[in-house]
Design a protein around this ligand. Structure first.
Ligand code: ZN
Length: 323
């Protein structure tokens, strides 16, 4: 009897809290936010909480760079109050969207604006600077370093990610001034998490004996610069151009010379090239996630940006602890 009473109490309490949360934020009143890619959607959810409805355009399981905007996406954007995208070439379709939103009341935020880190020659290993001088041709046929380009993968540097969160907070406050303090509070709490993440990256870096790492595409330029690491990318800023046989041979030599122990691959891009290089150089492979999107399984598990970044720290630690 006691047990039944307890059960009844528990159920009625659940019902009551259910009603309460429904009453305080009716679905229709939520700020509709269309967001291009997963990491920014995470930041908008963190800041917007229960006051926003986030619609992510690039679906789970799809590699973000190669995504093409659909007519449905366009409708989602035009019907939203806020549209958040990264910019810097991350969304090839962004200019077209900005054009068609010209006369619409949608608030647009380019969350990467002013935060794109220049990929310069400095991220190359000093040791191969001579090599490059002697063999200039290697440059074109060789591994891609994206000289002079800007890295659009802003969110992979927790310090820059924190600035993106600030920009998102300001945009939400402008779109929904009634909840200004709510957004400010949430943003500050999430920025504290990003600060912790930054500390964890620093701790990993302090222990590292190796400072070079091989990635599938050139997504980790901002991260490498922040923590004084050297990214060697198999492909360019977008993961769609496979390296030439000459470039592959150069990479394999570089891996051996630099005593690199692991080749990183990504879950949303074929690991074939990374596996080939690893096999030829006699080293292992590990995941380094550019956190551009989730796999469908990760989406079902509601994996967070912070979790994926901590997996990156753990795998970087393994890859960089020996030379
Ligand atoms: Zn990318």
């Amino acid at each position: 009897m006691k047990r039944i009473l307890l059960l009844f109490l528990a159920v009625s309490m659940l019902l009551m809290t259910g009603c309460a949360s429904k009453q305080s934020t009716p679905a229709t009143k939520k700020v509709q936010v269309a967001v291009s890619i997963y990491p920014l959607a995470e930041f908008v959810r963190a800041v917007g909480g229960e006051k926003v409805q986030v619609n992510t355009l690039v679906p789970a399981g799809v590699e973000a760079h190669s995504y093409e905007l659909s007519a449905t996406d366009m409708k989602t954007i035009t019907q939203a109050q806020v549209f958040v995208y990264n910019g810097g070439g991350m969304e090839s379709w962004a200019d077209k969207v900005e054009q068609s939103l010209k006369d619409k009341p949608v608030k647009i935020l380019q969350a990467g604006k002013g935060l794109f880190v220049k990929l310069d020659e400095e991220h190359q290993h000093d040791e191969h600077k001579d090599e490059h001088k002697h063999e200039e041709h290697k440059h074109e046929a060789g591994h891609v370093h994206d000289h002079g380009g800007f890295d659009p993968h802003v969110w992979l540097d927790p310090v820059l990610a924190s600035k993106q969160v600030a920009a998102i907070s300001e945009t939400l406050q402008a779109a929904d001034p009634t909840n200004k303090e709510y957004y400010q509070k949430n943003a500050a709490a999430y920025q504290a998490e990003l600060n912790k993440l930054d500390q964890e990256f620093k701790a990993m870096r302090a222990q590292a004996k190796q400072d070079a790492f091989v990635t599938t595409h050139s997504a980790f330029g901002s991260l490498a610069k922040r923590y004084d690491l050297h990214q060697i990318a198999i492909m360019g800023i977008t993961p769609n151009v496979e390296p030439t046989p000459q470039a592959l041979a150069n990479l394999i030599n570089l891996v051996k010379k630099e005593q690199i122990k692991y080749i990183f691959f990504e879950e949303l891009v074929s690991p074939k090239v990374a596996q080939t290089i690893a096999a030829e150089a006699g080293v292992k492979t590990l995941v380094l996630n550019p956190v551009e999107g989730l796999t469908k399984a990760q989406q079902e598990k509601k994996v967070t940006y912070l979790e994926l970044m901590r997996q990156n720290i753990a795998n970087l630690k393994i890859a960089l602890e020996n030379k």
